[in-house]
Design a binder for this molecule. Structure first.
Ligand code: GLY
Ligand code: MN
Ligand code: MN
Length: 435
């Protein structure tokens, strides 16, 4: 678990960057699933990164230089009656004693207190556009301060996107975060191994999903980092397939894209393997291209290399492979240039990974792809998805393969956090169906 000291340091680092601004950060709203049933609550990542406060209905204010304390937390008050139904609450005393707030108030009193915290500040940092109802409230509070201008109070005149400063901090992972991400990766790799062992022709996709979810939960994950994709046969060509409701056919492949979330940090692994444990010649051919493309991309995943280079390396390997298999014709350069490969490979080779599976952080700076730096974590996930089209050799139609690992950039090289999930053909054939 990440220590209170680390959360305090993050707040200090952010306040350094804010100058004479004040930050007002809301956590997520509770979301209704249907009628009286709510989705399980998951805090907003920015809010949680700064507070570690797990409850809904909370707002953090960071007010650099405030005499009575710089970190103010508004949260639900204790309520013994409600706590009998919904579980315990930290309350304002817990906000101070357990979560390190300098000052805390009941969330119901925010309208009386927050305008005062905005007085005489030039800027307000907030997550503009994420929680629109909250934006309206915040603007009303700013207007309330404005209306007092005759008393000599000045109101903020700039609303600044908090992400602009905070997301650069979140992009470079601290040692403590890497420890949590390693754990999420280990649990996820182990669940993928269990799913491979459990898989048999005739099973339903959801039975394999159940194995993954069981392993995640058994290891202490509150929920998957995103809805698992368990896609047999042609379903693997639907990039965001989450029905997971079809039978697994002998002779087909199964693509699993699933990751555990641990204390709000994600893992994100994809493996693709034959349902019956033995690659056909066509499956082996396509799989080998994707595996080589991933190796080429991982080789470029090093400090100092621009973001696009791993992708470009994967694309080149895929195009060469597709030409070899006579699935495309033309020159490698021309197909890479024209984007003709997108018929088979239509997504990019990775994304930042962290508290959000598609984590925050800019990919370009001043119009140029940014360079990879030590402490960044990202996925490397090339794929090939062959459509069911008449002009394609029937042996290859409807094959969908993606191989995805999570990589930490280090000073000299990288660490593959998810290496315990097998991906070599021999290792897969030795494991699938062997429970
Ligand atoms: N699982 C989402 C992704 O791979 O990007
Ligand atoms: Mn991914
Ligand atoms: Mn994925």
């Amino acid at each position: 678990m990440i220590s209170a000291k680390v959360f305090n340091r993050r707040r200090q680092d952010l306040m350094q960057l804010m100058g004479d601004g004040v930050a007002v950060i809301s956590t997520s709203r509770e979301a209704t699933r249907n009628r009286d049933v709510l989705y399980r609550f998951r805090p907003d990542s920015d809010f949680y990164y700064l507070t570690h406060f797990p409850e809904p209905h909370a707002i953090a204010v960071l007010s650099p230089g405030r005499e009575q304390g710089e970190y103010v937390l508004f949260c639900r008050d204790r309520d013994p009656q409600r706590e009998k139904w919904d579980g315990s609450r930290a309350g304002v005393s817990g906000a101070v004693e357990q979560y390190g707030a300098d000052d805390a108030f009941p969330i119901d009193d925010i309208g009386d207190i927050l305008p005062g915290l905005l007085e005489n500040r030039k800027k307000v940092y907030c997550n503009v556009g994420i929680y629109p109802e909250f934006d309206v409230k915040l603007l009303n509070w700013v207007n309330e301060v404005k209306s007092k201008s005759q008393t000599g109070v000045s109101a903020p005149h700039e609303i600044v996107d908090l992400g602009h400063v905070l997301h650069e901090l979140r992009l470079i992972k601290q040692t403590e975060e890497i420890t949590v991400m390693k754990r999420a990766a280990r649990i996820t790799a182990s669940a993928h191994r269990a799913a491979m062992r459990a898989c048999r022709p005739g099973m339903m996709e959801y039975e394999v999903e159940a194995e993954l979810q069981y392993q995640f939960r058994l290891a202490g994950s509150d929920y998957p980092a995103y809805p698992p994709i368990v896609a047999g046969g042609r379903n693997a060509c639907v990039l965001h397939y989450i029905d997971n409701a079809a039978p697994l056919q002998d002779g087909d492949m199964l693509l699993i894209d699933a990751g555990a979330e641990i204390d709000c940090y994600a893992a994100d692994i994809t493996r693709t393997f034959p349902v019956n444990g033995k690659f056909t010649a066509a499956q082996r051919d396509v799989y080998s291209i994707v595996l080589n493309a991933q190796a080429a991309a991982i080789d470029k995943t090093r400090a100092g290399v621009p973001w696009n280079e791993p992708h470009d390396a994967a694309v080149k390997t895929i195009v060469e492979g597709l030409i070899d298999l006579k699935l495309m014709t033309g020159s490698v350069e021309e197909i890479c240039e024209s984007g003709g490969y997108k018929r088979f490979y239509m997504h990019r080779t990775g994304h930042w990974l962290g508290m959000d599976v598609h984590d925050v952080g800019d990919y370009k700076i001043d119009g140029q792809w940014r360079q990879l730096e030590p402490g960044m974590t990202l996925t490397v996930e090339p794929g090939i998805y062959i459509p069911d089209d008449d002009d394609i050799d029937p042996h290859f139609r409807n094959i969908g393969i993606r191989i995805e690992d999570d990589v930490l950039i280090q000073r000299d090289g990288h660490m593959i956090l998810t290496k315990d999930a097998p991906k070599r053909i021999d290792d897969i054939e030795a494991l699938v169906g062997r429970s």
